[in-house]
Design a protein around this ligand. Structure first.
Ligand SMILES: [Ca+2]
Ligand SMILES: [Ca+2]
Length: 256
């Protein structure tokens, strides 16, 4: 082989080789397990203790349980965390969180939509209540809906207090949101097609620098770059659930 052919061949070989699962992000479960430290693992093999904020135990807390004390929003049953939001009674989707604490890292969970209610979906991501200028410290999330997966940077998007005020002012005045804000918000998220079903799945959600990635059953479904993903302290790992979802084997890892 002469040398131009040989370099073209080497380049192709390199592309094929790096495409075969060795790039960071191609197998994020492995990335977390090999490069990360396990912050916590919960398999939910116990019973909950009542309905209130600390009922789940093992360091979990609910921001919404005490608002609807007569309703069981989390039932630990058959070794699974079965979430049923009392959205109406609590005036908010169920928000369940656990200390995390990383810059780069993420979560591996198993989840299932049990088919118990309309509009089953799952929002999960990271919160830092100590950050200033961001509504309730909402940093970034993955949102699973019936036909889509969204990755969204809330920190520098709609939960940034200035952006949020401009949006709310426009809504209050029954005006369209300002064009520049609409354009900015569009850059803060990516929406990919995905089809929900009622099977168990493994989900991996990671942040690495300013990138967020979501994989389901070992396949990368969505990736996005946005400055808010690089927030240095993902203090909480959070679930926001507006209807019903089952969760098991939550593992959170810190890489950096
Ligand atoms: Ca139970
Ligand atoms: Ca379990």
């Amino acid at each position: 082989m002469n040398s131009p052919f040989r370099s073209a061949f080497s380049l192709i070989a390199l592309i094929l080789f790096t495409g075969a699962g060795t790039l960071p992000g191609q197998d994020d479960a492995r990335w977390l397990q090999e490069k990360g430290t396990l912050i916590f693992h919960d398999a939910f093999e116990r019973e909950e203790d009542g309905n209130l904020a600390k009922a789940i135990g093992e360091g979990w807390n609910s921001a919404t349980a005490d608002r609807a004390p007569d309703t069981k929003q989390v039932d630990l049953d058959e070794g699974i965390m079965k979430i049923a939001s009392a959205t109406k009674e609590a005036g908010h989707a169920a928000h369940i969180h656990h200390e995390a604490g990383f810059t780069d890292g993420g979560a591996i969970i198993r989840f299932r939509f049990p088919g118990l209610s309309e509009d089953e979906g799952l929002q999960l991501g990271f919160v830092d209540r100590e950050v200033q200028g961001v509504h309730a410290g909402h940093l970034c999330y993955a949102i699973l809906a019936e036909k889509s997966v969204t990755l969204i940077d809330h920190k520098t998007g709609i939960m940034n207090l200035e952006n949020r005020k401009r949006r709310d002012d426009a809504v209050a005045a029954k005006e369209k949101i300002p064009k520049d804000l609409e354009k900015l918000l569009a850059t803060k998220q990516v929406v990919e097609k995905w089809k929900a079903d009622e099977e168990w799945h493994e989900l991996v959600l990671v942040t690495e620098g300013d990138e967020m990635r979501l994989s389901i059953d070992g396949k990368v479904i969505a990736t996005h770059h946005s400055e808010g993903f690089a927030h240095p302290m993902k203090r909480w790992f959070s679930f926001l659930v507006s209807s019903t979802v089952w969760v098991d084997d939550v593992k959170v890892w810190k890489v950096k």
